[in-house]
Write a protein that binds this ligand. Structure first.
Ligand code: NAD
Length: 497
């Protein structure tokens, strides 16, 4: 019954029956407490997981430091590449289990879980190869002459050291790998703090990394709460780097905590991305594309396009199409292949989403569809669309992280004015423009202030496409070459000849 009558793989059943501990220094060890992780589609418990606090983080960081100072740092890039390719094959071999762990723990529909497994394998292989192409430089001209005589300078790219990786719950193992793969490729050692909402797939990652031959202490995984384990990792004096994905509010705390030893910080934070649909857009493409820009992963997606700007001429047809599309989405358990919309991660998050919906109604936005929490077990909120939204409303200004779309009617076709509306947000993560005009598309793409702008699609991220935020959406980039740069230092070496 814990799986709502749906079959799961025997290996998933076996995984849930295991005792789940912390990975420190190459061994599975007890934590200081346990938490019960639940299936958000049913509210029923899945299993108990050991969690750690400051003490366990301290032990994990010490292990990571020893490993960093040990034989790991003498491995060649090619040797790390071989380990990572072996790890990618292990992910492939365990793809079904991995997908089911995130479906059960997070609630994501199966099609998304399967997509993230395929992308994950590609990403690990990509970073395994990328590290072989990281090169230093020589200064130009390579030899220089000073008062002391002739000298030669070249640069080396070196791992930043012990990296703390703090992961959210919305795409759990995918975000884990987006940090772990480039960090390990770069030669860092890592301490991972998964989200307390989704602790399971990280544990499988840990086992697969051990099985692939990563030496003890190179990978440490400490499940636990943000305020305890997460906060200790962020402030730890012997951690050289924090890579954090999560809310903007927590991102601020991470930055404050990092000031003690001025560790390097990368932040992938929240968003409230603009979606601009011009009068000449191909609505047959725009309607499903814009709907899924908001509703993919129940809107629990940092790059969700939740501020729709619709040209006056197509506004009503667009809204009608979006509403029909939204009503056609199938809410259900992620294990059911027919499901396109899973549950909200937790009761608290569902209550927060409903609070925004109530605030939207009270502020005078018009509810077109959705807007209620379903009276059934689990945290189900159907896709919700508001029109007559205005820039001052909280549903337009704040990240809801739920299936709530706001539509604003454009009363101008001046692209600068439209860009100003799109840019009226503290965030700047993603965004999209829907038009058949090449010129308008690229003009808006250059004017929208965000880390990614898509044309006639939305949020099409990929292994080699740098991704990150302008403004309060974050610092730095993940994916692609920049994703590995985040774990490398540059050293200049000068030799007097
Ligand atoms: P969150 O900030 O609540 O938690 C993220 C992680 O930080 C969790 O592991 C949590 O335990 C930990 N944490 C919480 N408080 C901490 C503290 N004081 N010190 C250290 N760690 C702490 O975010 P969430 O609710 O898990 O995730 C949703 C948020 O993540 C949304 O705002 C979303 O936009 C953002 N997100 C951003 C991206 C991106 O790439 N920009 C991707 C996914 C999610």
């Amino acid at each position: 019954p814990a799986f709502d009558g749906h079959d799961i793989l025997p290996e998933t059943r076996a995984f849930l029956a295991q005792s789940h501990r912390l990975l420190i220094d190459g061994a599975w060890v007890d934590g200081s407490d346990v938490l019960t992780t639940r299936d958000p589609a049913t509210g029923l418990p899945l299993c108990e997981v050991a969690i750690g606090g400051a003490d366990e983080i301290d032990r994990a960081v010490a292990a990571a430091r020893r490993a960093f100072d040990g034989p790991w740092s003498r491995l060649t890039a090619a040797e790390r590449t071989a380990l990572l390719h072996r790890f990618a094959r292990a992910i492939e071999a365990n793809g079904g289990l991995l997908a089911e762990l995130d479906i059960l723990d997070n609630g994501m529909p199966r099609f998304i879980a399967e997509l993230t497994v395929a992308n994950a394998v590609e990403m690990v292989d990509y970073y395994a190869g990328a590290i072989l192409r990281i090169e230093g430089t020589t200064t130009a001209p390579p030899r220089h002459v000073s008062a002391e005589g002739e000298a030669l300078t070249y640069t080396l790219r070196e791992p930043v050291g012990v990296a703390g990786l703090i992961v959210p719950w919305n795409v759990p193992f995918s975000t884990f790998l987006l940090k772990a793969a480039p960090a390990l490729a770069a030669g860092c050692t890592i301490v991972v703090k998964p989200s307390e909402e989704t602790p399971l797939s990280a544990l499988l990652m840990g086992q697969l990394l051990l099985d692939s031959g990563f030496p003890p202490g190179v990978v440490n995984i400490v499940n636990g709460y943000g305020a305890a384990a997460g906060a200790r990792l962020a402030e730890h004096p012997d951690v050289d780097k924090i890579s954090f994905t999560g809310s903007t509010a927590t991102g601020r705390r991470i930055v404050q905590a990092a000031t003690g030893n001025l560790k390097k910080v990368s932040l992938e934070l929240g968003g409230k991305s603009a979606v601009v649909v011009l009068a000449d857009a191909d609505l047959d493409r725009a309607i499903p594309g814009v709907a899924m820009a908001t509703f993919f992963l129940q809107g629990q997606n940092c790059m969700a396009g939740t501020r729709i700007f619709a040209a006056d001429a197509i506004h009503d047809r667009l809204v009608e199409g979006l509403a029909a599309f939204a009503r056609g989405l199938t809410l259900g358990h992620g294990l059911d292949p027919a499901t396109t919309q899973g549950p909200i991660i937790s009761d608290a998050q569902a209550a927060k989403v409903m609070g925004y919906i109530d605030a939207g109604r009270a502020a005078g936005a018009s509810l077109v569809t959705g807007g209620v929490r379903l009276d059934r077990p689990g945290n189900f909120i159907p896709p919700t669309i508001f029109t007559d939204a205005t820039p001052d409303m909280s549903i337009v200004r704040e990240e809801i992280f739920g299936p709530v779309m706001t539509v604003q009617r454009l009363t101008t076709d001046d692209l600068d004015a439209i860009a100003r509306l799109a840019n009226d947000s503290p965030f700047g993560l993603s965004g999209s423009v829907w038009t058949t005009s090449l010129s308008a598309a690229h003009k808006l793409a250059t004017r929208i202030r965000s880390g990614h702008v898509s044309i006639n699609t939305h949020g099409a991220v990929g292994t080699n496409i740098p991704f990150g935020g302008y403004g309060q959406s974050g610092w730095g980039r993940e994916f692609g070459r920049e994703g590995i740069d985040a774990y490398l230092e540059t050293k200049a070496v000068t030799a007097r000849l």
